[in-house]
Write a protein that binds this ligand. Structure first.
Ligand code: ZN
Length: 490
């Protein structure tokens, strides 16, 4: 380690990869496109997962687990769905290996060819709705509010750690409802859960609203999303919530007897976020020194580094213990870095790079003065503080950091969001500066795809707070149907 990361301003993608690998969040695996999530990265994901899982349960959902393998025929039942995923599906064809004729290797045993090939799940709508057919008979069986934490596989040719990998971890909610209204309410409720999670835990402000037809999920009626701005002013789709209408109920023939004794098709939603969110945290907050993690999801909100020599060790460690006791009773999670082979300066650099929100330095003079030095990662500010009530002080400071990080990200996004009406000006500024551009759009796919072809910017979201009145389409100049947000995106 020790060698710094590439500067953001020099090469943002290289900065990103440097941070992911040097902060030991993830590593490349022997399988191209797949990643190994290392303990520090996994601890970050676990904290995010725990917070989300709480929020799902608070909104009435329960967890279950469905199989990794899906019969190939299931995928063809919903036409749009198969179109959307076919190109990236991994297919299992055999269930056994045998030694090759030369005895030097193994090959798929031709006698063990599967009668029906299996798909490694790219998403679980089909397998789940095949089960819902069994479980749903009457309105009394509804709603079903199930979430699954799982891995999925979407074969990717151009991969980037956390942002786009062939296998990734995620959660997928799959709900079944008696009415269209309930399904829409659920879709929006979960979008709001995602917004709240992004802002309150990841300290990332997000835009919310529906996607355009061409950007929606394969098989959905409407896809809503949370859309965030990264440090290079590109957008990252950070979570989606889909109203699936009756499409999957139709495909899997899932009907129920409603309260009027009539047979009706069930209404569905699905919603998900993935380990991509780890990438979002890295890119929304990081700086030239590395990661900056929000305290609420950081593996170690506080890292304590005692500084001593043989003759001062006892005094420093005694003092450190007083501090850790106080932190414990205030519920502050910390890591005590006692590695003896590394110098304090080396440790400072390492934890700075790994984005620990708060670093505590405890030396002999601090022990004498009943004090401790706290260094904020987000601002670089150093605070010398008496250790009386240090636990409470630290808990408050961590809250302050959490809020400051959200505020800073908000200001950055707002400073880089522009209203624009002139297409040539948009083209030029999108190219040179990046950012979010709010503009009118006539609603035609033709204009949407033309803009994408010519500028690489896509319509990220039709924001809930849109105001199309008086605006004209950025491309064709016709009366705007919507005000949308154009941006280049991950
Ligand atoms: Zn147009």
């Amino acid at each position: 380690m020790s060698k710094g990361v590439t500067k953001q301003s020099e090469d943002f993608p290289k900065w990103y990869t440097d941070v992911v690998t040097k902060a030991e969040l993830a590593d490349y695996s022997p399988v191209k496109g797949s990643m190994v999530i290392r303990p520090y990265g996994f601890a970050l994901w676990e904290n995010m997962k725990a917070a989300l899982d709480n929020m799902f349960k608070e909104t009435g959902h329960v967890n279950a687990y469905f199989p990794l393998f899906i019969p190939k025929s299931f995928l063809s039942k919903e036409a749009e769905h198969v179109d959307g995923f076919a190109k990236e599906c991994a297919v299992v064809t055999h269930h056994r290996l045998r030694a090759t004729a030369d005895g030097k290797g193994v090959e798929a045993d031709p006698d063990a060819k599967l009668e029906e090939e299996l798909i490694v799940r790219p998403t679980s709508e089909t397998i789940i709705w095949s089960m819902y057919k069994k479980w749903i008979n009457s309105y009394r069986d509804l709603p079903i509010l199930i979430n699954q934490w799982a891995n999925v596989v979407r074969w990717e040719m151009r991969t980037r750690l956390f942002l786009r990998t062939t296998e990734f971890l995620w959660q997928e909610g799959h709900t079944a409802h008696a009415t269209a209204e309930e399904a829409e309410e659920e879709t929006l409720k979960m979008l709001e859960v995602y917004r709240k999670f992004a802002e309150e835990f990841m300290a990332i402000p997000v835009l919310t609203g529906p996607k355009t037809e061409s950007e929606k999920f394969a098989g959905a009626e409407t896809t809503y999303c949370i859309e965030a701005m990264m440090g290079d002013k590109k957008a990252l789709q950070s979570g989606t919530s889909h109203n699936l209408g009756q499409n999957f109920a139709k495909a899997f023939d899932v009907t129920f007897q409603n309260e009027n004794n009539e047979q009706d098709l069930v209404w569905a939603t699905s919603w998900g976020v993935s380990t991509r969110l780890v990438g979002a945290v890295i890119m929304a907050h990081g700086d030239d020194k590395g990661l900056i993690l929000p305290p609420k999801i950081a593996p170690y909100p506080v890292v304590i580094i005692p500084i001593f020599r043989d003759d001062t060790k006892d005094a420093v460690m005694k003092h450190t213990e007083k501090i850790t006791e106080s932190l414990k009773s205030a519920g502050v999670i910390f890591h005590l870095d006692l590695r003896e082979k590394m110098s304090p300066g080396w440790k400072f650099n390492e934890w700075e790079m790994k984005g620990a929100p708060l670093r505590m330095e405890i030396g002999p003079r601090d022990a004498e003065n009943d004090a401790v030095v706290l260094a904020r990662r987000d601002t670089g500010e150093k605070i010398t503080q008496n250790i009386g009530k240090i636990g409470e002080f630290t808990a408050n400071l961590l809250n302050e950091i959490q809020n400051a990080m959200l505020e800073k990200a908000k200001i950055f996004r707002d400073d880089n969001t522009f209203d624009i009406a002139d297409y040539d000006e948009f083209k030029q500024r999108n190219e040179s500066d990046g950012g979010f551009y709010r503009a009118g759009w006539c609603g035609s796919e033709e204009c949407e795809s033309k803009v994408q072809e010519e500028t690489k910017a896509t319509i990220r979201v039709i924001p809930f707070d849109e105001n199309p009145s008086g605006k004209t389409c950025l491309l064709c100049g016709k009366k705007a149907k919507h005000e949308v947000v154009f941006s280049k995106a991950y």
